[in-house]
Design a binder for this molecule. Sequence first.
Ligand code: PGA
Length: 247
Amino acid sequence: MRRPYIAANWKMMKNLAETEEFINSFIPLVAGISDVDILIAPPFTSLSIASHLLLPTNIKLGAQNMHYEENGAYTGEISADMLLFAGCSTVIIGHSERRQYFNETDEIVNKKIKTAKKKGLEVILCVGESLEERESGRTFGVLDKQLAGSLKDISMDGVTVAYEPIWAIGTGRTATPEIANETHGYIREWLNKNKGNAGSVRIQYGGSVKPENISELMAQSEIDGALVGGASLKPESFANIIKGAKK
Ligand code: PGA
């Protein structure tokens, strides 16, 4: 049985004060929930305050990115050790916005996952196709390539996969639960074939998840959680997604 796993990806939103305000309102809203794994990934500048505020809870802290080198002259970059020291347990790697705007290739994603795992960070690996790729029937081919490249020589312990169709991110256009489930099933099959038994690997869905659609997404056999952007920015909305995520 895979435990539901709901993660907030705040992207480039919320400063320190806003992070503090969110977390202080959010903690009581989810206080009684122990059967869902919850993660918040704020911007780097909010990690320390978030870590401090989340310490008495079982809410996990994540980062949205990291560099694959362990240290060195890489102006503006953040290392895995820095994330661990700031209180992160987890890092999101290969989000489509990073692939699209910052030229992250599967090869770079692969190096980042290797370093993250070596240092003891858990990983949420994002994969997903564009609208054009889906409409031209290339979804599974694109996923094959992303999974093979990103996960080359990597075992699946400590790795969660987030399937995020790019056409559903921030657009209000969610993949139907059936389409999402079919694609999750494909990813699990790929993992089974290429990584051994993938029965325990969690696969999150991402793309316009909100309180109104979480239950029907979670009702699908292959959907184990969600990576939530826009709807994770308000405490009530994110808490309602978590409450709706029980299997
Ligand atoms: P969204 O973003 O929920 O705003 O669509 C999801 C994501 O990009 O992780």
